[in-house]
Ligand binder design. Sequence first.
Ligand SMILES: [Ca+2]
Ligand SMILES: [Ca+2]
Ligand SMILES: [Ca+2]
Length: 145
Amino acid sequence: MKVTARAIVGLTAAALAATMGMGSAQAAPGNYHIEVRTCNVEDAGTDSTVEARFNGTLASTGWVNLDNPGDDRERGRTDVYDKTFTDLGTVTSIDIYFANNDDSPHWCLEEVTVRHPNGAVTIHPFHNWLRQKFPKTSPLRLNRA
Ligand SMILES: [Ca+2]
Ligand SMILES: [Ca+2]
Ligand SMILES: [Ca+2]
């Protein structure tokens, strides 16, 4: 009975993959929609340099500079970054490089969310302060909720 049920699940997944035109080949690069929320408390914002590395079940990105035109990471704001990555699978963690430099460096980070090309969303909460440098050799790791 168990074996039968498992076989049906397997078939369904294969049928779904075929329907979506994916097959067994690696999916093409796609858009990852990243939202970075800064807490709404005094001095939460920062002008520090922030880079991120996205680790998925299939691959990791390199370091990605999170810097839009204008002032990123201000108090109570959500910064949106659209990046094209090869298929990462499901993003399981995000590594944060934080320089702790420039104006009002200490940063209160609420969470980071990632919407995958297939529409799935992963949430990476922190709800805490970054008050020190996190170098690339020892970054802050945000696991998936
Ligand atoms: Ca800023
Ligand atoms: Ca900027
Ligand atoms: Ca600050």
